[in-house]
Design a protein around this ligand. Structure first.
Ligand code: NAI
Length: 483
C-alpha cells in the first residue's frame, strides 16, 4: 500500500492533463529521460525531495523515477503545493483506488506542524534515504540539526521571542529524538549528498560547511548559470505579475512599485513591473547592484523615504526584516506588499501582528487586509492605515499563483537531475563540501532548450576556437565569467 498524504486524490486526472502539457514545455527533462531511461543510472538512489509540489516538479519527480530512483516528496513551502499535481504523482501509473506512483506528503495550506511532519516523512524509506533534493535547505537542516541534537543529547530550547517556525522545528526534532534517538544521525551518515535549488538554501550550505557540519557533498544547483540567471530572473519576471494579478487584479501600470533587492530575482521583478508600466524604484545595500539598478534606469531609493508613496512593495532579498513594522505603518491605504524571497521573515508581519490594535481580515486565502495604527511620531495625517499582504509574507508567486512556468523550470530541474546523477553515479568525485556543476553540464542544459525556441546556435570554426583558446565543443567561458 503506497504511503502518502495529500489533499484529494480524485484531482489526479486534472493533474495528469497539466503534467502532460508541461512535459511539452520541459525539453531538458524529456531529453534526459530519452538519454538515460534504458541505463537506469539512478537505480538504488533513494531521493528525499523537498521542493514546491507543483506541476513542473511532478515532471521532475517522474524523470527521477524514469531514471531508476525511488523518491519520496514534500513541498518546501506551506502554500506552494498544487493539489492536482500532488494527486497525479501519487496515482502514477496506477488508479485512484490503487495508486502506484510516488509517496507525496504535501497539500496547499499546511500548518507549520504539518509542514515539518511532511518533511520528516520524506526520509522514511525502509532503508533510509541516500540523497536529498532540497529547495531552501529545510530537509537538510532537519537531518543535520537533528544529528547535532542527537549527539548533544537534546534539542536546545528556542527563546520566548524565537519565531514560531523555530519553536515548531524544535518540537519536531524533540519528537524524532523521543521516537528513536539515533534515527536522524543514521540518515545523515547514510547520505551520499544533497543538491540544493535556491540562493537561500545554498547560503545555508556554505555556512554549514564553514562550521564543519556538512559531512556529505552538496551540489549548488542555484549557481548553475542556466538556473539562477534564468529561473530566478526570467521565472520571476513571469510569476510575480501572475501572483499579483491572481491575488488582487489591481492595475500595475502607472503605479509606484518598490523592489527591495536587485539581485537575480530583483532584476526579474523590476523588469516585470516596468513592463506593466509601473514606475519602479529599487532598494539595495550592495553598491554594485545599486549601480546596476541606476544604470538600468531605475531610481535607487531609501525605503524609509519612499515607502509612503508606494502602491506595491516587493521584497526579493533572502534577508530578514527588510521591511520593518514602522515602515509597514507608513504604507498608504490600499498599498500591496508581498515577498518573493525564500522565507517569510523579509516583511516583518510577525512583528506587526504582536502590536496592539492591529486587525487582519481575510479577503480570500493568501490575501489579507491589515489595518494598523499609525504612530503619531511618524507625522502622517492618519491614525490608521490598511494594506494588503499576500501569502502571509511567503513566496507570493507560488502562494498566489503557480510559480514559474514550465520552460524555465525545465532548465533548473535538468540541472537538478544532473546533480543527482553526479552525486549518485560519480560520488567519489565529490568530497564533503559545496560544489558546482561543471560548465559543460551548464552548457548542455542550455543546448537542450535552444531548439524548442527555434534558436539556431552558431558553431565556432577550428581556427576561431584556437584563436580564443577554447574547444569547438566548449566550454566557451572561464569559470569566472559572469554572463
Ligand atoms: P541575490 O543574492 O542575487 O539577490 C539578493 C539581493 O538582495 C542582493 O543584491 C543583496 O545585496 C540584496 N539585499 C540583501 N539585503 C538587503 C536589504 N536589507 N535591503 C535591500 N537589499 C538587500 O539572490 P537571488 O538569487 O536574487 O534570490 C533572492 C531570494 O529569492 C532568495 O531567498 C532566493 O532563495 C529566492 N528565490 C525565489 C524564487 C521564487 O520563485 N520566488 C526563485 C529563485 C530564488
Amino acid at each position: 500500500m503506497l504511503e502518502y498524504r495529500i489533499a484529494d486524490i480524485s484531482l489526479a486526472e486534472a493533474g495528469r492533463h497539466q503534467i502532460r502539457l508541461a512535459e511539452r514545455e520541459m525539453p531538458g527533462l524529456m531529453a534526459l529521460r530519452e538519454e538515460y531511461a534504458d541505463q537506469q543510472p539512478l537505480k538504488g538512489a533513494r531521493i528525499a525531495g523537498s521542493l514546491h509540489m507543483t506541476v513542473q516538479t511532478a515532471v521532475l519527480i517522474e524523470t527521477l523515477v524514469d531514471l531508476g530512483a525511488d523518491v519520496r516528496w514534500a513541498s518546501c513551502n506551506i502554500f506552494s503545493t498544487q493539489d492536482e499535481a500532488a494527486a497525479a504523482v501519487v496515482v502514477g501509473t496506477g488508479t485512484v483506488e490503487e495508486p502506484a506512483g510516488v509517496p507525496v506528503f504535501a497539500w496547499k495550506g499546511e500548518t507549520l506542524e504539518e509542514y515539518w511532519w511532511c518533511t520528516d516523512q520524506i526520509f522514511r524509506f525502509p532503508e533510509g534515504a541516500n540523497l536529498i533534493l532540497d529547495d531552501g535547505g529545510d530537509a537538510t537542516m532537519l537531518v543535520v540539526d537533528g544529528a547535532v541534537a542527537e549527539a548533544a543529547g537534546g534539542v536546545p530550547e528556542p527563546g520566548e521571542d524565537a519565531p514560531e517556525e523555530a519553536k515548531v522545528f524544535a518540537a519536531r526534532l524533540r519528537e524524532s529524538l523521543a521516537e528513536d534517538p539515533q534515527r536522524l544521525t543514521r540518515i545523515r551518515d547514510g547520505l551520499l549528498g544533497v543538491s540544493e535549488e535556491t540562493t537561500t538554501g545554498v547560503n545555508r550550505l556554505y555556512r554549514l560547511a564553514e562550521v564543519g557540519q556538512l559531512p556529505f557533498p552538496a551540489i549548488n544547483v542555484n549557481d548553475a548559470v542556466t538556473k539562477s540567471k534564468f529561473d530566478n530572473r526570467y521565472g520571476i519576471r513571469h510569476s510575480l505579475p501572475d501572483g499579483l494579478n491572481r491575488a488582487t487584479d489591481v492595475l500595475i501600470g502607472g503605479k509606484v512599485a518598490i523592489v527591495v533587492g536587485y539581485g537575480d530575482v530583483g532584476k526579474g521583478a523590476a523588469e516585470a513591473l516596468r513592463g506593466q508600466g509601473a514606475r519602479v524604484q529599487i532598494v539595495e545595500i550592495d553598491p554594485i547592484c545599486a549601480l546596476q539598478a541606476a544604470m538600468d534606469g531605475y531610481e535607487v531609493v531609501h525605503l524609509d523615504e519612499a515607502i509612503g508613496a508606494a502602491d506595491f512593495v516587493i521584497t526579493t532579498t533572502g534577508n530578514t526584516r527588510v521591511v520593518s513594522t514602522e515602515q509597514l505603518a507608513r504604507l498608504k491605504p490600499g498599498a500591496i506588499v508581498g515577498n518573493v524571497g525564500h522565507f517569510d521573515d523579509e516583511i516583518d508581519l510577525a512583528g506587526l501582528a504582536k502590536q496592539p490594535g492591529v486587525e487582519v481580515v481575510e479577503i480570500k486565502p493568501q490575501v489579507h487586509e491589515w489595518t494598523v495604527p499609525v504612530p503619531a511620531d511618524l507625522g502622517l495625517d492618519r491614525e490608521t492605515t490598511s494594506f494588503i499582504a499576500l501569502s502571509e509574507g511567503r513566496l507570493l508567486n507560488l502562494g498566489n499563483a503557480t510559480g514559474h512556468p514550465s520552460f524555465v523550470m525545465s532548465a533548473s530541474f535538468t540541472n537538478q537531475v544532473m546533480a543527482q546523477l553526479e552525486l549518485f553515479a560519480r560520488h567519489d568525485a565529490y568530497p564533503p563540501g559545496v560544489h558546482r556543476l561543471a560548465k559543460e553540464l551548464d552548457e548542455k542544459v542550455a543546448r537542450l532548450h535552444l531548439p524548442a525556441l527555434g534558436a539556431k546556435l552558431t558553431e565556432l570554426t577550428k581556427e576561431q576556437a584556437e584563436y580564443i583558446g577554447v574547444d569547438v565543443a566548449g566550454p566557451y567561458k572561464a569559470d569566472h565569467y559572469r554572463y
